[in-house]
Design a protein around this ligand. Structure first.
Ligand code: HEC
Length: 150
C-alpha cells in the first residue's frame, strides 16, 4: 500500500469516528449509525440506547414544527390519524397497529429515539430515511411533541 493511501484511509476513519461522537442531526455521516435494525420478536419497539444521545438540531424551532405538521398530514395520517392517535383510515388493516403518538409511552421517549424510529421504520411502517431528509424527520419529531399538548 502506498503511504498516501494509508493517510487517506486514516483520515476517513478519523472523520467517521468524529462524526459518530458529535452525532449532529445535520451531519450526513451520523446517518450511518442509524441503519441498525430494530429488535424483532418482542411486542414493544425499543430504540437502541445510543440514539438517546442524538440532539434534535431543530428543538424549539417553530418554523420546523410547522413544516412537521405539513409533513405529518401528508405522510403519516393515513395510519396514525390526524391527531396522531393511531386511528387513521388504514389503521384497521394493520398488524401491529400504529402507535398512539400522543400516549405517555411515546411521549416519554427522547427525541433521538423517535427520530431513530421514523428513520429506521418497522413493518408495517416503512423507513422514512430515503423519503424524508434529516431536517424533515427532526421536524416531524417537533410536531409529535405538539400532539401531546392537544
Ligand atoms: C403504513 C402505516 C404507517 C405510516 C404511513 C406511518 N406509520 Fe408510524 N407506525 C406505524 C405502525 C404500525 C407503528 C407501530 C410499529 C410497532 O410498534 O411495531 C408505527 C410506529 C411509529 C412510531 C414509534 C412509536 C413507538 O412505538 O414508540 C413513530 C414515532 C412513528 N410511527 C411516526 C411516524 C411518522 C412521523 C410517520 C410519517 C412520516 C409515520 N409514522 C407513518 C404505521 C405507520
Amino acid at each position: 500500500m502506498k503511504p498516501n493511501i494509508l493517510i487517506k484511509i486514516s483520515f476517513v476513519a478519523l472523520f467517521a469516528s468524529a462524526s459518530l461522537l458529535t452525532a449532529k442531526g445535520e451531519n450526513h455521516k451520523s446517518e450511518t449509525i442509524l441503519y441498525t435494525t430494530y429488535q424483532s420478536g418482542g411486542s414493544d419497539w425499543v430504540a437502541p440506547k445510543y440514539v438517546e444521545k442524538l440532539k434534535n438540531p431543530l428543538a424549539g424551532n417553530a418554523k420546523a414544527t410547522k413544516d412537521g405538521k405539513i409533513l405529518f398530514n401528508t405522510n403519516c395520517v393515513t395510519c396514525h390519524g390526524d391527531k396522531g392517535e393511531g386511528n387513521g383510515p388504514s389503521a384497521a388493516t394493520l398488524n401491529p397497529k400504529p402507535k398512539n403518538l400522543t400516549s405517555k409511552q411515546v411521549q416519554e421517549q427522547p427525541d433521538g429515539a423517535l427520530y431513530w424510529k421514523i428513520t429506521t421504520g418497522k413493518p408495517p411502517m416503512l423507513s422514512w430515511q430515503q423519503t424524508l431528509n434529516e431536517k424533515q424527520r427532526w421536524s416531524l419529531v417537533n410536531y409529535i411533541r405538539e400532539l401531546r399538548k392537544k
